[in-house]
Write a protein that binds this ligand. Structure first.
Ligand SMILES: Cc1ncc(COP(=O)(O)O)c(C=O)c1O
Length: 402
């Protein structure tokens, strides 16, 4: 990194973790160490000619924070550098990112294919909006390549998937599904919220667009909502995604972008530590007398462990715990926890646990719950940054109370 570049450091030659600390920086004339927060909606011009020039040369300077803001741009560029993407756009929430990444490119008569095991709002955005706007939505078992092959045997415009999925922890074969999708003419949109950019790199396996709920691990400290859309397809970014976002306006606030920008500095360290603890917790729960089954991508017992190893570099921070019993046992365990907090958020420094059947996925029909593996005895655990032994002891106490 050349010293002369201190206002706009060139991080191209740095290793990924260093990019999370120095990427995207544009220092102001004050030469601040920490990234500046430009909490402004608009920008002023020195003359009418300057304003005219700014609008004629789209993107040459800041004109309005719905389009671009210097703090937001630092966050977008830092994540793009880390992810290996040409283009990134930050949004108010993860759902704003999912919605825009799909609907920027769908028209009446189009087709979209997705797995049944999805976060409920992702499922809603596909199922409900497709029905409303005349798009055919086809849902498959995301773990079954034959079903993908059949569904993608017709021309299709979009494939959307989460891998691992929330909360089923189903893993989709990114390479195989991307190849099938491209043959059908579809853009592949991958929600990488559970795996994080630290543990999985969807662009290297064929994804066209990657989306995040930055609310989760990117902030990782429960402070704000946010989302990001990334793509390596510059033309698709510039001509399809960018105008859709610019005119529909799901733009993140500069303050939230600043929080997420600072969150990126510690992302790799946090995810590595949380993932290592999650493996210890999963190993402890596997075979526990009160536990029917633990699903964790990092365990050899995960039904798709070989696929996990071929596309992720760690098991992640999320566990699905199926208790022996049903709702009563699940509630009893939740109510006896001390340090682990009952919360439907995830990816946080604090360990958080929820009962998807009665919270995040409660609006699914009984049939949809069966298809997504949401059962009354399921608890979804997000492993935080505490000492793994404290998490294990808390869970052990709560399980003993059942
Ligand atoms: C996989 C996945 N995608 C998208 C979202 C939505 O993110 P947000 O709450 O930031 O809108 C979530 C939230 O839990 C999620 O788990």
């Amino acid at each position: 990194m050349a010293r002369t570049d201190h206002r706009t450091p060139n991080v191209a030659g740095l290793r990924p973790r260093s990019k999370l600390v120095h990427g995207g920086i544009r220092r102001s004339g004050f030469d601040e160490t920490s990234e500046a927060l430009f909490q402004t909606s608009g920008y002023v011009y020195g003359s009418a000619e300057e304003a005219e020039h700014a609008f004629a040369n789209d993107g040459s300077r800041h004109v309005y924070s719905r389009f671009r803001n210097p703090t937001t741009a630092m966050f977008e560029d830092r994540l793009a550098e880390y992810e290996g993407a040409e283009w990134a756009y930050a949004t108010t929430t993860g759902m704003a990112a999912v919605h825009a990444a799909l609907w920027c490119n769908l028209r009446h008569g189009d087709r979209i294919v997705a797995p049944r095991s999805l976060f409920i709002s992702c499922y809603w955005v596909i199922k409900e909006l497709s029905a409303r706007f005349g798009v055919e939505a086809v849902f498959v078992d995301g773990t079954d390549l034959a079903q993908w092959e059949t569904a993608l045997s017709k021309p299709t415009q979009a494939v959307f998937l989460e891998t691992p999925s929330n909360p089923g922890l189903e893993v989709v074969d990114l390479r195989a599904v991307s190849a099938l999708a491209h043959k059908a003419g579809a853009k592949v949109v991958v929600d990488n919220a559970f795996a994080t950019p630290v543990l999985q790199r969807p662009f290297e396996m064929g994804a066209d667009v990657v989306v995040y709920s930055a609310t989760k691990h990117i902030d990782g400290q429960g402070r704000c909502l946010g989302g990001v859309i990334l793509t390596n397809d510059k033309k698709y970014g510039a001509e399809v995604i960018h105008p859709y976002l610019r005119h529909t306006g799901p733009t993140i606030s500069p303050f939230n972008a600043w929080i997420l920008l600072k969150g990126l500095e510690t992302l790799e360290l946090r995810v590595a530590a949380q993932s290592a603890s999650a493996l210890k917790v999963a190993e402890f729960l596997e075979g526990h007398a009160k536990v029917e089954r633990v699903l964790y991508p990092g365990l050899v017992s995960h039904p798709q462990h070989d696929l996990v190893r071929s596309q992720m570099t760690g098991g992640g921070t999320m566990l699905s715990i199926f208790l022996k019993g049903g709702k009563a046992e699940a509630f009893r365990a939740l109510n006896d926890l001390g340090m682990v907090m009952i919360s439907n958020n995830l990816g946080d420094a604090k360990s958080l646990i929820t009962h998807p059947d009665t919270t995040t996925h409660s609006k699914l029909t009984p049939e949809e719950k069966v298809a997504a593996n949401i059962t009354p005895n399921l608890l979804r655990l997000s492993v935080g940054l505490e000492d793994a032994q404290d998490i294990i002891e808390d869970l052990d106490r709560a399980l003993a109370a059942i």
